[in-house]
Design a protein around this ligand. Structure first.
Ligand code: SAH
Length: 362
C-alpha cells in the first residue's frame, strides 16, 4: 500500500496553510510562520524553522513537503535581462524572465506549459498546450527570482508563457501570495495579469482580485483580431471592451493597459490608430506598443521605428497615453512572445558556454 501523497506547502495561500495546520491539530499561527519561512526567508527545510515545535516538524516530515521548480539554465542578456529556464518535477520546462530597470525589478511569470490560444504572431503558440502550472510552480518563479536577485521583486507581470485566465484558480492563488503581507507583499498596482481576452474569466477575476489589468488587443476591429488573436472569434471586441471597462470602473485611478504588437503592414497604419481611438473612447486606457519580436519561421516583420512613432503620436494626440515598450533580452529570446519553454538547440549549445546556475542547497 502506498503512502498518501505529501502536501506541497509551497503552493498554499495563507488561508489554505492555516486550515492545513488546523487539520493536523496544530495552531493556525504555526501555518502562518511556515508560510513566512518559505516565502519571506526562502527556507524549505523544516528542521531550519526554529519557531515550529519539534513534534510538529516531525509530523510535517511525514505528510508535507516544500517543492519548488529548479533552474536548469540561466541566460543573461547583454542588457541585464536574465531568462531562467526552469525544470518542473515532471521534466517539463518553462521560462521566467528578470527585467531590471534601475530600482525596479520586474519578473515575467509563466502560467502554463505552452499555450492553447494560438495567436498567430506568438512563438509560445507554436509549442501547443501541454498543461497548467500548479500554484507552487507559479509562485515558485517569484521564489526563485527573489533568491537569485537577492531581493523581493518590485513588480510581477503574468506575461510569460500561457494564458493566465485559462488557469484561473491557480493563478489567482499565486497572485494572492504575491500580494500577501506574510509573503512577497507586492502591492496590487505592481502585480499585473495579462490576458488575450477570456471574457467570462475576466468577469470572475473582478469578483476575487484587484490586480492590475493588461489586455492583448493587437487589432482595433474584429475581422483583423479574429486572425491575430483567435479567441476573439469566441469573445469579440464589444464583449471584451465591456468587461475591461467594468474591471477598472471599481477604482477611478485604474486604467487598462492595452498591449499592441506592431506588425509591419498588418495592424500599424494611421487608419488602425484612428480605429483604436474610436474603440477605446471612454475607457481609461494606456497603450503599450510592442515592436514585434521575430522568431524562426514567422511570416511577420516588425514595423519600422518611424511607423511605430507615427502610430504612437496619433494616439497621444487623441489623449491616449502610449509608450513604445523597449525590447528587452531579445538576444536570448526572452522578449515578449519568444518564450518557448524548452531547452532548444541554441540554449543547449549555450549550456556549454555560459554559467549554469546550479541549485544551491539552503
Ligand atoms: N497570454 C497572455 C499573456 C502573455 S503576455 C496574453 O496574451 O496577454 C505576452 C505579450 O506579448 C502579449 O501581449 C502577447 O500578445 C505579446 N506577444 C506575443 N508574441 C509576441 C511577439 N512575437 N512579439 C511581440 N509581442 C508578442
Amino acid at each position: 500500500m502506498s503512502a498518501a501523497p505529501k502536501t506541497n506547502l509551497a503552493g498554499l495561500t495563507k488561508e489554505r496553510i492555516e486550515s492545513f495546520f488546523v487539520g493536523l491539530g496544530a495552531k493556525a499561527f504555526h501555518g502562518r510562520n511556515v508560510l513566512k519561512w518559505i516565502h519571506k526567508h526562502g527556507i524549505t527545510d523544516f528542521a531550519a524553522m526554529t519557531d515550529v515545535p519539534k513534534a510538529l516538524r516531525d509530523t510535517l516530515d511525514t505528510c508535507a513537503t516544500i517543492e519548488l521548480p529548479h533552474i536548469a539554465l540561466a541566460q543573461p542578456a547583454r542588457d541585464g535581462t536574465t531568462k531562467w529556464v526552469l525544470q518542473l518535477a515532471d521534466g517539463q520546462h518553462i521560462e521566467t524572465v528578470h527585467i531590471p530597470d534601475g530600482d525596479r525589478h520586474t519578473i515575467c511569470v509563466s502560467s502554463q506549459v505552452g499555450c492553447a490560444l494560438n495567436c498567430s504572431f506568438c512563438s509560445t503558440a507554436q509549442q501547443g498546450f501541454n498543461r497548467n502550472l500548479d500554484v507552487a510552480e507559479i509562485i515558485g518563479q517569484v521564489w526563485l527570482a527573489t533568491r537569485e536577485i537577492g531581493r523581493t521583486p518590485t513588480n510581477v507581470v503574468m506575461m510569460g508563457m500561457g494564458e493566465p485566465l485559462a488557469n484561473f484558480d491557480n493563478v489567482v492563488a499565486a497572485m494572492d501570495l504575491m500580494q500577501e503581507d506574510l509573503a512577497y507583499m507586492i502591492s496590487k498596482s505592481r502585480v499585473t495579469i495579462s490576458t488575450s481576452g477570456v471574457v467570462p474569466a475576466l468577469r470572475r477575476l473582478a469578483e476575487v482580485s484587484d490586480v492590475s489589468l493588461a489586455v492583448s488587443l493587437h487589432a482595433p476591429d474584429n475581422a483583423l483580431r479574429d486572425q491575430l488573436v483567435p479567441i476573439n472569434r469566441k469573445y469579440p471586441l464589444e464583449e471584451l471592451i465591456g468587461a475591461c471597462r467594468e474591471y477598472v470602473a471599481r477604482d477611478h485611478r485604474r486604467k487598462v493597459t492595452w498591449e499592441y504588437v506592431m506588425l509591419d503592414g498588418v495592424n500599424d497604419s494611421i487608419a488602425h490608430a484612428k480605429a483604436m481611438i474610436r474603440l477605446l473612447q471612454g475607457v481609461p486606457s494606456k497603450v503599450n506598443l510592442i515592436p514585434f519580436n521575430p522568431f524562426p519561421g514567422t511570416r511577420y516583420r516588425t514595423s519600422p521605428p518611424d511607423t511605430i512613432e507615427a502610430f504612437r503620436q496619433r494616439l497621444r494626440r487623441a489623449g491616449i497615453i502610449s509608450i513604445t515598450r523597449k525590447t528587452r533580452g531579445d538576444d536570448i529570446d526572452a522578449a515578449c512572445g519568444q518564450l518557448v519553454g524548452k531547452v532548444h538547440d541554441r540554449s543547449r549549445r549555450q549550456l556549454d558556454r555560459i554559467p549554469v546556475v546550479a541549485e544551491t542547497p539552503r
